[in-house]
Design a protein around this ligand. Structure first.
Ligand SMILES: *Cc1c(COP(=O)(O)O)cnc(C)c1O
Length: 431
């Protein structure tokens, strides 16, 4: 299969080329030339097998096709269990069992497994430039650590990520460099984009991205939705509906694409924090990117959701159709706090602040009857609550046990270099 840019002004690319490039040369995002129909997926298959079957048409004819099962086995070596919640017909899809305890581990590990094969035998290392509001950088750094021929430069907004997130970024060393930028996530993202569009720089230092715009992260994320939908259908019949905590729209876009391929998913609802560009758009307003505001769900502090361009492409630019297909709701910090505290005191359930936005939206849909009592819904649990202990622990009045993989990372010493918000500062560091 070939891939094209959402802006239609780039040559078609093979999968390997699209994965290695990150952003298309015209500044657009790579999308498949046409959507393949999902093949018959086996409900009894494990996550890695489901991923290999689902992704096979995207890899057809590419140099990576033979390696797809091995890539999936490396990327999907931690589980994504669908667990029942205390409230009837509500579930949670736990996506936080990987090395950095967030869903981004799956995409980052898939991208690293793919890129290490694409770049094998190349003379110069490829440098991955990644802007992060916390979790992306950690997942990418952990996935690329010690991968031959690959380096990572992570930019994060100084003081706007949790101490544990900052630690995860700075503790790897070796081929991983952490830059703490005196600005917001949007500043970091703008700097990374500028570097990726800087042809003169790239002639000296080959660069690529690993943000959620990267096709190598987007495609694999479809797999856990497919696996959950099939397991659920085998057990209960019917469609599984989802509420997905949303920032840059990478995770939700994967669910939307999986459904477009024919994976048996029901409704998909987007929960955001107080950054309400998407809720405003879906309520009928224009699409209007804004500066992001800092919230408790900091990995979703996004004012310009970059995958929106892919969503518009999927709906061929038809805003009316797109608005009709999805709902999106914003959840403020006070409600995030209340939700975390109430779910713990009522049911003993502990959620991270991101997951709590979706839990609240699901509660609202149930209360209003928009989600009928007999419908099955799942919340995507995007991070383990132990990553956000400074928010969660005071609300529930006890400590949250740290998962072992995360505890390993937190034991290492950490270091990050300061970096100014000007692009020239980043450029200098890359050269
Ligand atoms: C990145 C992240 C999100 C948002 O995902 P997007 O793909 O950017 O929409 C939500 N929750 C957590 C914990 C994250 O790390």
């Amino acid at each position: 299969m070939n891939f094209i840019s959402t802006r239609n002004a780039s040559p078609v690319a093979t999968l390997s080329q699209a994965i290695a490039a990150g952003l298309a040369p015209d500044g657009g995002l790579y999308v498949p030339e046409q959507l393949p129909a999902a093949r018959e997926l086996q409900p009894g298959a494990n996550l890695a097998e489901t991923a290999a079957a689902l992704l096979q048409p995207f890899f057809a004819g590419d140099g990576l096709a033979q390696a797809l099962p091995a890539i999936c086995a490396e990327a999907f070596d931690s589980p994504a269990p669908l667990q029942a919640l205390a409230t009837a017909n509500d579930h949670v899809l736990e996506l936080f069992h990987g090395p950095t305890a967030a869903f981004k581990d799956f995409g980052a590990r898939f991208l690293a497994a793919s890129l290490s094969r694409v770049r094998a035998g190349q003379a110069r290392p490829l440098t991955i430039v990644v802007a992060t509001s916390g979790d992306t950088g950690a997942a990418v750094a952990a996935a690329f650590h010690n991968q031959p021929n690959l380096q990572v430069v992570v930019l994060y907004p100084d003081g706007r990520v949790s101490p544990r997130q900052a630690h995860q970024l700075g503790c790897l060393g070796g081929n991983i460099r952490a830059l703490r930028v005196a600005g917001s996530f949007d500043d970091c993202q703008a700097m990374a984009k500028q570097a990726l569009g800087d042809a003169e720089l790239q002639a000296q230092v080959p660069l690529s991205s690993a943000n959620s715009i990267s096709l190598g992260r987007l495609l694999p994320q479809m797999s856990y939705y497919a696996h959950a939908a099939l397991s659920h259908r085998a057990a209960h019949g019917g469609l599984l509906n989802f509420v997905i905590p949303t920032g840059n729209l990478g995770n939700a876009m994967a669910a939307i694409m999986a459904r477009a391929l024919g994976v048996p998913l029901g409704r998909i609802v987007l929960a955001t924090n107080a950054n309400r560009v998407l809720p405003d758009y879906f309520a009928g307003g224009p699409y209007q990117p804004k500066a992001s505001v800092a919230t408790l769900a900091n990995a979703m502090d996004v004012g310009a959701p970059s995958n929106f361009e892919r969503l518009r492409w999927l709906y061929a630019g038809d805003d009316a159709a797109l608005r009709g297909a999805f709902q999106s709701f914003a959840v403020g910090d006070a409600t995030i706090r209340d939700t975390i505290a109430a779910r713990y005191s009522q049911f003993g359930e502990v959620f991270c602040p991101h997951t709590a936005t979706a839990v609240h939206v699901l509660e609202q849909l149930r209360r209003s009857g928009e989600a009928a009592a007999d419908e099955h819904w799942a919340v995507a649990a995007t991070a383990h609550p132990a990553k956000f202990e400074s928010v969660v622990e005071p609300l529930i009045g006890r400590e949250v046990a740290v998962p072992p993989a995360l505890a390993e990372l937190l034991k290492r010493p950490a270091h990050a270099e300061p970096c100014a918000t000007e692009y020239s500062a980043l450029r200098e560091k890359l050269l």
